[in-house]
Design a protein around this ligand. Sequence first.
Ligand SMILES: [Zn+2]
Length: 261
Amino acid sequence: MIIDSHCHLHDPAYADLRETLRTAFAHDVWGVVAVGVDPGTNARTLAAAAAAPKAVWPCLGFHPEAPALTDEDLARVEAQVAEHHSRIVALGEIGLPWYSLEGAVDAAALMARGRERLHRLLELAARWDLPVALHAPHGAAVGALEALLRHGIERAVFHWHKAPEEVTREIVSAGYFVSVTPEVVYRERDRELVQALPLESLLVESDGPWTYRGEFEGLPSGPWFASRVAEEVAKLKQMPVEDVMHQLSTNACSLFDLVWA
Ligand SMILES: [Zn+2]
């Protein structure tokens, strides 16, 4: 059995929550860490967790790559965190922009705004002693790592991780987790990442409803993919899948302070 450490259960694809969780369970996925990206999706994430408290652990987030999100939206998310901090398992997803900077004429200003927003969110995480689920791909990873260290954040995961090797090494030696998606089944970069890192630093996720290529082509995406990711991690590590699933679940439980079911 395994936990999907990052899924957008707020998405309309999962409107039938009971069926989503049933399918996940049939694929050995017994719990989902559900992230939000703005005030509206955060509210839907809390509702999903209230409807299925044993299988859904909610996070409240503010996505760094959504240019339309305003400072008022951020203030609303801050208020949501203040109100619900005892019910949530993390802030996420939050982070720094990267993809949305490409080709932007005001990329430097957008990055500066992103840093300031992340700073505000990490202050909240520190205040409530919450871990964070980060979106900080490629060149954004090093800035996010610096921000975590500056704020004294002890628990974090770099979701769908991709970064220069030396940055990844620093992330892991600082005690943070990195997570991999179904891409690990068919993408060499992700396979090398898994082989290079200790199992104790890894999480698996679906990032549903994001869709994938390879054997996942045309399949509906969801938490049920997490067990296939774990199976592939086991192959890469040349370890029994049961042992790998147990360690990956232990990692998720320790990061998000979840109670083992
Ligand atoms: Zn995501």
